[in-house]
Design a protein around this ligand. Structure first.
Ligand code: SF4
Length: 304
């Protein structure tokens, strides 16, 4: 496995907080206004981990959550990493991303900002994200582009919105996104609780896959459709064959083997980043990532 020859992680996917301003029905992390527990890493710990990431020359950090920008440590971590030249991706629901935040982000080495767009109608969008405004998410996309940052769109297909997927792709194009991320729903957290209402039929899933495959060529060079691996099973197989080299860090500092896995290989409260990396490589090489899948997973993308 290639990761065995790497001295440090290829990337860190950092779930900074479980706090969120929304309580989406399809949230796989049970995030919400009640999240952000006292067990989450403190500012001093977040800054220490940021310094270690920089010292190990990890090239890329992806902030997710919860809503990562609601973490009281978001700007401290992003600016410390940015100052060290680490490329950043921020995954946001876009509900509170205003022009000032976009301009502040744009001063950092931002590889992309990913906004979740689960529909083109308020009805479909709000049926998954109660109380949320589609117009705010769309405005956030425009602020990102106006600030000169690359934009990605994430779309989670459920029974409530899968029919709007083709229009979301067109909207992503209009907004100037360079990538559209999707894949099957993860059966975890609140998504598992609402599975009977949210899960799509195999036929609907096959139709979406066929649409994506058909549009892929015609959109080449304008919008990358990122949907492979599509199903959770495909993702688990891909990870088992070739681990991504990405450390998935939870709000309390524990390190997961992958976003598709529930297995913990280290804890950044008690391990250094390099110790966590070595534990990840050992677990990957020894095949201890063969635990049972937690559910269906969103392909190559994470989501907010
Ligand atoms: S899906 Fe994203 S925006 Fe919605 S509650 Fe979960 S973390 Fe928040």
């Amino acid at each position: 496995m290639r990761v065995g020859s790497f001295q440090a992680p290829v990337a860190v996917a950092w779930q900074l907080t479980n706090l969120c301003d929304l309580s989406c029905r399809h949230c796989l992390n049970d995030s919400g206004p009640g999240g952000g527990h006292s067990s989450e890493l403190s500012r001093a710990e977040v800054l220490r981990v940021s310094r270690e990431i920089a010292a190990c020359q990890v090239p890329y950090v992806l902030f997710c959550g919860g809503e990562p920008m609601l973490s009281p440590h978001f700007w401290a971590a992003a600016e410390a990493l940015g100052k060290a030249g680490v490329w950043l991706k921020v995954e946001t629901n876009g509900q509170r991303l205003d022009p000032a935040s976009a301009r502040r982000l744009a001063k950092l080495p931002i590889r992309s900002v990913q906004v979740s767009l689960d529909g083109v109608t308020q009805e479909a969008y709000e049926s998954l994200r109660p109380g949320a405004e589609l117009s705010a998410a769309l405005e956030a996309c425009r602020f990102v582009r106006r600030a000169g940052m690359p934009l990605e769109i994430a779309f989670v297909p459920t029974r409530a919105n899968i029919h709007e997927a083709p229009e979301v792709i067109e909207t992503a194009l209009e907004l100037g996104a360079f990538r559209f991320n999707t894949g099957t729903l993860i059966r975890r957290g609140r998504a598992a609780e609402a599975w009977a209402d949210l899960s799509v039929t195999q036929e609907a899933s096959r139709t979406l896959l066929a649409t994506l495959t058909a549009r892929e060529t015609s959109l080449a060079g304008r919008l990358e459709l990122c949907f492979r691996p599509f199903s959770f099973e495909e993702q688990v197989r891909a990870e088992a064959t070739e681990p991504s080299g990405t450390l998935t860090v939870l709000p309390d500092g524990r390190v997961r083997l992958s976003s598709a896995s529930d297995s913990i290989c280290a804890d950044l409260r008690t391990h250094t980043l390099l110790e966590a990396w070595r534990a990840y490589v050992r677990a990957s090489v020894n095949g201890t990532r063969s635990e049972k899948p937690a559910g269906l997973c969103l392909g190559p993308a994470t989501r907010s």
